[in-house]
Design a protein around this ligand. Structure first.
Ligand code: F0G
Length: 458
């Protein structure tokens, strides 16, 4: 048995949850077109759909909300966020945005032209969608180890530096308006990127005059992985590690709904003053004035406080320990999981659990539906539903390497007994895995289909 870490907090506000009966669950599934995004939260018992905006804020954050300054321009709340941003990230400029994808949209609007490429270790789907929506070509250059089942590889989120160099030679640096990296790599198991790799990536982008932007959603979790896994960092604080990470980049996008432990918010930061002028204009047009960016003043205070709490090391030890606990327990009952455990989520290899379901029939979707049916647990498919796309040149479907189902852990929200319940439900599913069937998509939007497509069981 693995050990669940003790929480470095106690609970002083509760939100009731309930387990509805199997018949009502079946009806809910049918109504939702077998897409778990169509379920009502009251129909879900343990909601592991996402760690985004679903965490519990602290008493300090709630107090900060009461101090929010709602002035349209130059609010004190903005100043407090600005001070925190300077201290942790150190970029010359930033704007708040209402969430991560708003930052991605603005960045793509001001920097990207049709037909241009944007390399990364792996883009998350909103980043990929924002690049494609402007006619760009997102390109994933993750290291080969990412697909290894060796549980001892510490930094499976690393970019393959040779692939990056070759890619730039191949398409030409003039066709790459920005380069990115996602920390931790959400689309690839929540796996971290090492500082050594970040330095290598930064050096390559710099040499080719390509601005380097970090997708910083889970930078604090990544920093703690560096502290505990990378030689030379165990005596550095997570704050020092974060500063070193961002000193290598020209800018960042962030959804504060992750490592800043807030329910809404994000930012776009950069060093280049000319680029920042364009960003400001685009922000004012689409989101709001530059000192609030589509958020309330109180939200900025919650972010400023959450950014610091998200870096606290007792919290990060608990947070990553909880993910590790669920990973190890699922493995113990025979569920194939991505190892080592990622930061914010456990990733089940649905392709390996359901080898009789081909990628075109969505093994991850099958498992996602079964988890809800069996235990009212909501996870999310991150496989062929979320990531397969028709090749722009040939029109042929390109399938992702792995069909995963992600169980994301909201921050400071569920306890050990909740996780033990999840393990019991999955243990039952493992025993009847052979009987699960695939799905067919009968309706889908042009981009990011997993949010709203409708399925039919096969
Ligand atoms: N980048 C990464 C790595 C993400 O994980 C997300 C969101 C975004 C960007 C976009 O941020 O949602 O605030 O617009 N990920 C959520 C998830 C949705 O469930 O993983 P957003």
């Amino acid at each position: 048995m693995s050990i669940h870490p003790s929480e470095p907090f106690r609970i002083k506000m509760v939100e009731p949850i309930q387990l509805i009966d199997p018949e009502t669950r079946e009806k809910a599934l049918q109504r939702a077109g077998y897409n778990i995004f169509g379920l009502k939260s009251d129909e879900v018992y343990i909601d592991l759909l996402t760690d985004s905006g679903t965490g519990a804020m602290s008493q300090e954050q709630w107090s900060g909300i009461m101090l929010g300054d709602e002035s349209y321009a130059g609010a004190r709340s903005y100043q407090r966020l600005s001070d925190t941003m300077a201290d942790i990230f150190g970029f010359k400029h930033f704007v708040p945005t209402h969430q991560g994808r708003a930052a991605e949209n603005i960045l793509c609007a001001v920097i990207l032209k049709e037909g241009q490429y944007v390399p990364s270790n792996m883009h998350f789907d909103t980043t990929e969608g924002n690049i494609r929506a402007r006619g760009g070509r997102p390109t994933n250059l993750i290291c080969e180890e990412a697909f290894s089942d060796d549980p001892n590889i510490p930094f499976k989120g690393n970019m393959d530096l040779d692939k990056l160099e070759n890619f730039i030679q191949e398409v030409g640096e003039e066709n790459i308006p920005l380069g990115m990296i996602t920390i931790t790599n959400n689309a690839g198991g929540g796996q971290p990127v090492s500082l050594e790799n970040l330095r290598g990536v930064s050096e390559i982008y710099k040499r080719h005059n390509i601005p380097f932007f970090i997708d910083a959603c889970r930078y604090a979790e990544n920093a703690y992985f560096i502290k505990t896994r990378e030689p030379g960092y165990k005596d550095k604080s997570t704050l020092e590690i974060a500063r070193e990470i961002f000193s290598l980049a020209d800018g960042a996008t962030m959804s504060a709904k992750k490592d800043a432990i807030v329910n809404i918010g994000g930012f776009l930061a950069c060093n280049d003053p000319a680029l920042f002028e364009k960003i400001k204009n685009e922000l004012i047009l689409r989101e709001g004035f530059i000192t609030y960016g589509g958020l309330a003043g109180r939200d900025l205070d919650a972010i400023a406080i959450g950014l610091r709490e998200g870096l606290q090391e007792d919290y990060l030890a608990y947070r990553l320990g909880q993910t590790r606990y669920l990973t190890e327990e699922l493995k113990r009952v025979g569920v194939p999981v991505i190892e080592p455990a990622g930061g914010h989520a456990v990733y089940i290899n649905a392709g390996a659990l359901l080898p009789h379901i081909p990628q075109s029939e969505f093994p991850g979707q099958s498992l996602t539906v079964e988890m809800y049916r069996e235990g009212a647990i909501r996870g999310v498919e991150l496989g062929s539903v979320a990531f397969a796309y028709p090749d722009p040149d040939t029109g042929e479907m390109v399938y992702p390497e792995l069909d995963l189902v992600r169980l994301a852990l909201p921050r400071r929200t569920y306890t050990q007994s909740h996780l033990d319940y999840v393990v019991k439900v999955l243990e039952r599913i493992v025993k009847k895995a052979d009987s699960l069937r695939g799905f067919r998509i009968i309706k889908e939007p042009p981009l990011m289909r997993h949010f709203s497509c409708i399925f039919e069981p096969l």
